[in-house]
Design a protein around this ligand. Structure first.
Ligand code: 13P
Ligand code: G3H
Ligand code: ZN
Length: 334
């Protein structure tokens, strides 16, 4: 089916208590793997393309790849712009046919974040396209490199000083309420303890803060940096990671209203792992497809298991029947 917007998908997820997976892709193999996994799970899915991915692949190529994958699929597929940091980038994606946008003004003073977010939201709304904004700052693990001991292997919680710095960047519920009212954004990326770019899933979330943000804002809330977040309480026990009373896992966060979950690093790591393993098994290989295919399959298996964890498995049919997603397709991009 043609690409759909994220608006109805997220509202339905919010109503019914599950989350939609939003997976970053940089090339054809990743897009195919994500959409095939969603198809096999009968799940709606968001394929997200960052500014870096656009710089790498070119906007026309990457848009066309996702559009084709969506058209061949029988589940709803969204083409989302991830972490756009300016007005122009968002408008270029709007014009190019993206069906969901994000403005990340988290490095800007609050007033400027509000001002640019509302301008983009207004332009996008005129075209029927929803906008995700960001409040608080979801940092990158690279920001803390000098605070990580050389022996740190991501099998235990991040060092206390890093935890404190991450916590200091979290979104304030009262500010979030005002931010949503002023920007008219459709969804909000909230800093609740996650960190971008982690290679293992060990970081707990501040569930108390998530609940406060959910109750104040009312819009679907988005988690970034999910590659590094603890998935379940069983995982926490297995890794001997002790959770404070206010902390929880991805599973807990979904129960408390998280609607969109962004996974990027894990997708890249799957591709790297699959290629590396295939090359080690057959170092004389000449056919690049024999390396790329195991990478693609590794992404597919991971996306399928994440979709099941997020609770969106089997939700494709229900979503398209009850919300008229086919009608909400952005026809003027056809
Ligand atoms: P990770 O790369 O840490 O999974 O973060 C993905 C993300 O937040 C994309 O916006
Ligand atoms: O949150 C960021 C995404 O993982 C995209 O990262 O800018 O390296 O493409 P990137
Ligand atoms: Zn992100």
């Amino acid at each position: 089916m043609p690409l759909v917007t994220s608006k109805e998908l997220l509202l339905r997820a919010q109503q019914e208590g599950y989350a939609i997976g939003a997976f970053n892709a940089n090339n054809m193999e990743a897009v195919q793997a994500i959409v095939e996994a969603a198809e096999e799970e009968r799940a709606p899915v968001i394929v997200q393309i960052s500014a870096g991915a656009i710089a790498y692949a070119g906007i026309d190529f990457i848009r066309s790849i996702v559009k084709t994958a969506g058209e061949l699929a029988t589940v709803p597929v969204v083409l989302h712009y991830d972490h756009g940091t300016d007005f122009d980038g968002n408008i270029q994606c709007l014009r190019s046919g993206f069906t969901s946008l994000m403005f990340d003004g988290s490095d800007l003073p609050l007033e400027e974040n509000i001002e640019i977010s509302s301008r983009i939201a207004e332009a996008a709304r005129a075209c029927g396209i929803p906008l995700e904004t960001e409040l608080g700052k979801i940092p990158k693990i690279e920001d803390y490199e000098d605070l990580l001991p050389s022996s740190y292997d991501y099998s235990s919680k991040l060092p206390m000083e890093v935890q404190e710095r991450v916590a200091a960047l979290m979104a304030e519920p009262e500010q979030a309420e005002e931010f949503c009212a002023l920007t008219h954004c459709d969804s909000l990326a909230v800093a609740i303890g996650s960190v971008h770019g982690m290679k293992r899933d060990i970081q707990p979330l501040n569930i108390q803060r998530l609940i406060a943000l959910r109750d104040r804002t009312g819009v679907p809330l988005v988690l970034h940096g999910a590659s590094g977040v603890l998935r379940t309480r069983e995982d926490a026990d297995r890794m001997a990671i002790r959770l404070e009373s206010y902390e929880g896992t991805l599973e807990d966060a979904i129960k408390h209203g998280l609607c969109k979950i962004n996974v990027g690093t894990e997708i890249n790591m799957c591709l790297i792992r699959g290629i590396k393993r295939a090359f080690q098994q057959n170092p004389r290989v000449k056919d690049i497809r024999k390396l790329l295919l195991p990478g693609k399959n590794e992404i597919k298996q991971t996306v399928r298991s994440l979709i099941r964890l997020f609770g969106s498995s089997g939700m494709a049919g229900a979503a398209s029947e009850s919300t008229g997603l086919v009608e909400s397709v952005v026809k003027h991009y056809e």
